[in-house]
Design a protein around this ligand. Structure first.
Ligand code: ADP
Ligand code: ZN
Length: 755
């Protein structure tokens, strides 16, 4: 697995471009990497007097366009295919920024080589806010002039609102005032022209407060203190190291890694804490702020563009000391990164599946290696990849055994849905056992949570008359009925439609029936059973962004809600003291589909969900509804026997030489025309490296999502032994096959999704 093998050898093997100093050429030329999918940087001329050290952010001509780029090194006119001096286009200007650090540039090249993507495509992730290259914009704000408006100045309601808005606040930009007053910015400017408002320059963007590494944390328990000391030592060592910090939820892992963060801050270095996007709640940032006296800079896809721009620049200048961010934060141009923490390292959300396909945890290990800094991987349910690395001695390992304060683990009960007395009534989804438990919990004035990892009302809608199933026109997927929004939705491409009045196949009217449960349908059942309970449904449809999540968390804490129903968006570590019951409606859901990590993920997810019950003094109860109570996953969950489960899972993977005991690369062939896709896939299949006995090639086979967004898809899978880099093999393989226009071949190194 990448985590295992992302070591020096591969880094060395895959470096695309040498950084060796070369003699400076007479007519100076530089190689500039553009944020575009070209295989290599292009040469440009360096105008006399323009200092262009490697890493300079520059603007260059490209055909009729001007694009930004980064100086990747010196150019060589004698290189094969080099543009002759006479045709060399000049660098147009250099942006006023510190150069992209060497380690960041090497990281771009490394990720490009590892993921088999063009380096420019990776560069575009690293400079994802190209607007940040321009200097900070100076905004004009407006404040009220002293005294009353002059005679003859008519106070329209809009003008009055603007004056009210500025009554005793700071100066504000025209756009902001206009938005709040419900008018156009021209109204504000006209008031300034009349002398009623005065323009003042606003310092653009917030300054970033400096977290203080010298503030004391809580008094640590002896095992916590030992763990913290070990991590502080890795920071002090100032060298690459990787450490797994393993401990149940609530054991104090965060407090412990905060000590490492503090040590890095005291040493004057920058720190990156990677979290799965979904865990990036204001709550997590507040906790950091309480510990270090200042909020960290946050980085995720919801960040408003101006803040994104400012943050990027402040990271590049070194002003930002700590970034807490989602996976893309890894690509920020830290001049002096001294520590990386990957919290919830097992989270599948760290794998980016679109554009550049990469696993942020694995790339973070590579980044730490390139930067010669420590990395800490934190989890209550570590991935098999990370455990295997720890076992092999490549990663250090620190265990935190107990929940802080000795809170007990919840009691986990399996409800065997195959037993007639446990089965829910027809078209209902909650077993009598779970219903009774809910009744008790609500009667005791406590809170409960029902977990079902399925959005919408029902996963499948079919016609009672002819059996026709409503399918997405663009994908091999059923349309999911969402009653709240009164639409049918495809969860793969976003297609939506109204539920038709009559069946498109047989014309029967009102003949559609919902099959199976989604969270909305469970909510319906709960309303029927507990009409007085205050219920909230939590899914990515109902919670848009971290703020909405925070509001919901606050409402649950204030006991404005009795019963939560939701998907994995609510599995994360919120502390709800009154929540004592967790019911998992369909514990088997993740186990179908033949994904190699299905068991592992189900364990991780359900373990995390179960951890929501009884976090403080009250004991918690967890019920898992399952048809497979005898599988290792379910037994391990009931017995709290994580290690037995992992040992079992590791054995199975070892026997089949699957990751982390073997390596995988997937090829996904796609296109709009099924026949060309099929032919290209067959050609790839024939050209596969069948002659090498250590490799196995599976496929081509139609992908489970055989059609996605209107594109037909075929998959091939290459498996090789652990320790063998698959990239050169895949490169040779692809080079041997001509792919017709209109067909795309995507490479997924270390695939996590097999759809
Ligand atoms: P984890 O990250 O392992 O889930 P946390 O670090 O979040 O655990 O700790 C769980 C809770 O216990 C938090 O509220 C934390 O502040 C508290 N806690 C942990 N260790 C200590 C300690 N030594 N002293 C005081 N509070 C602690
Ligand atoms: Zn679709």
């Amino acid at each position: 697995m990448a985590g295992a093998e992302v070591g020096v050898p591969e880094a060395a093997e895959f470096r695309l471009e040498s950084e060796d100093a070369r003699p400076v050429q007479a007519a100076r030329r530089v190689r500039v990497l553009l944020p575009l999918p070209f295989p290599e940087p292009f040469d440009y001329g360096a105008p006399a007097g323009l200092d262009l050290p490697p890493g300079s952010y520059v603007e260059v001509p490209l055909g009729p366009r001007r694009v930004f780029g980064v100086v990747w090194g010196e150019g060589d006119p004698a290189a094969p295919g080099a543009v002759p001096d006479a045709k060399l286009k000049p660098v147009l200007r250099r942006f006023d920024l510190p150069p992209m650090p060497e380690v960041s540039r090497r990281f771009v090249d490394w990720v490009a080589a590892y993921t088999m993507t063009a380096p420019g495509t990776v560069l575009r992730m690293a400079v994802s806010v190209s607007a940040a290259l321009e200097g900070p914009r100076v905004l004009t704000g407006y404040r009220r002039a002293e005294g009353d408006p002059p005679d003859g100045f008519k106070l329209s309601p809009q003008r009055r609102r603007i004056l009210d808005l500025l009554a005793d606040g700071p100066p504000r930009p025209a756009a902001e005032l206009a938005a709040e007053a419900g008018c156009t910015p021209a109204v504000v400017r006209a008031m300034a022209d009349a002398g009623v408002l005065l323009p003042v320059p606003l310092r653009s963007g917030p300054r970033f407060a400096v977290p203080d590494g010298a503030l004391p944390g809580p008094v640590l328990s002896p095992p916590q203190a030992a763990a913290a000391e070990a991590l502080r030592e890795t920071v002090a060592a100032g060298a690459y190291s990787a450490t797994l910090l393993d401990g149940v939820t609530g054991s104090g892992k965060t407090e412990v890694y905060f000590e490492a963060v503090a040590a890095a801050l005291r040493a004057g270095r920058q720190v990156l804490v990677l979290l799965p996007e979904i865990a990036l709640s204001p709550q997590a940032l507040d906790r950091f702020a309480r510990r270090f006296g200042a909020r960290p800079a946050e980085w995720h896809s919801d960040l408003p563009p101006p803040l994104r721009r400012n943050t990027w620049r402040a990271v590049a200048s070194g002003e930002v000391r700590v970034v807490v961010g989602a996976r893309s934060a890894l690509f920020l141009p830290y001049p002096d990164l001294g520590l990386i923490v990957v919290d919830e390292e097992h989270e599948p959300a760290f794998k980016q599946e679109e554009g550049v396909i990469y696993h942020a945890r694995d790339m973070a290990v590579a980044r730490a290696h390139l930067g010669r800094i420590p990395i800490v991987l934190v989890s209550a349910t570590p991935s098999l990849e990370t455990l295997a690395n720890a076992e092999a001695g490549r990663y250090g390992r620190i265990d935190l055994p107990d929940r802080h304060g000795g809170a007990e683990l919840p009691e986990v009960t399996l409800i065997d849905l195959r037993r007639p007395d446990a089965a829910p009534p027809p078209r209902h989804w909650l077993s009598p056992v779970l219903r009774d438990a809910l009744t008790e919990t609500l009667a005791a004035g406590e809170q409960a949570m029902l977990f079902l990892n399925r959005r919408g009302y029902a996963p499948l809608t079919l016609c009672r008359a002819c059996g026709h199933r409503l399918q997405c026109p663009n994908c091999t997927a059923w349309l999911v009925e969402h009653r709240l929004s009164r639409r049918l939705q495809c969860h793969h491409c976003g297609y939506t439609a109204r539920l038709p009045d009559e069946c498109p196949q047989c014309g029967a009217e009102g003949s559609f029936v919902a099959c199976g449960p989604g969270v909305e349908r469970v909510a319906e059942e709960v309303a029927e059973l507990f009409p007085d309970a205050r219920v909230a449904v939590l899914t990515s449809d109902t919670l848009l962004g971290p703020r909405a999540m925070q509001e919901m968390v606050d409402r649950v804490k204030a006991h404005e809600i009795d019963l939560l129903i939701g998907t994995q968006v609510m599995a994360k570590g919120h502390h709800f003291p009154l929540l004592t019951l967790v019911g998992v409606v369909d514990a088997d859901l993740g186990l179908s589909g033949g994904d190699l990590r299905a068991g592992e993920r189900t364990f991780q997810l359900l373990h995390q969900v179960a951890g929501r019950a009884g976090r403080e003094s009250r004991p918690g109860r967890v019920f898992l509804q399952t048809h497979m109570p005898d599988t290792p996953v379910m037994r391990a969950l009931a017995a709290h026997d994580r290690d037995a489960f992992l040992a079992n899972e590791a054995d199975a993977r070892r026997q089949t030489e699957m990751p982390p005991y073997g390596r995988l690369a997937a090829l996904i062939v796609s296109g709009e025309d099924e026949r060309t896709v099929e032919q290209a896939a067959l050609r790839l299949g024939r050209a596969a490296p069948h002659d090498r006995p250590e490799l196995t090639v599976l496929g081509p086979a139609p992908a489970p999502l055989a059609i996605l967004r209107g594109r037909h898809r075929r998959r091939l899978l290459l498996r090789g032994p652990k320790g063998l880099a698959l990239q050169p093999i895949v490169a040779d393989w692809l080079a041997a096959v001509e792919v017709p226009p209109g067909v795309r071949v995507q490479v997924d190194i270390d695939p996590y999704s097999f759809l």
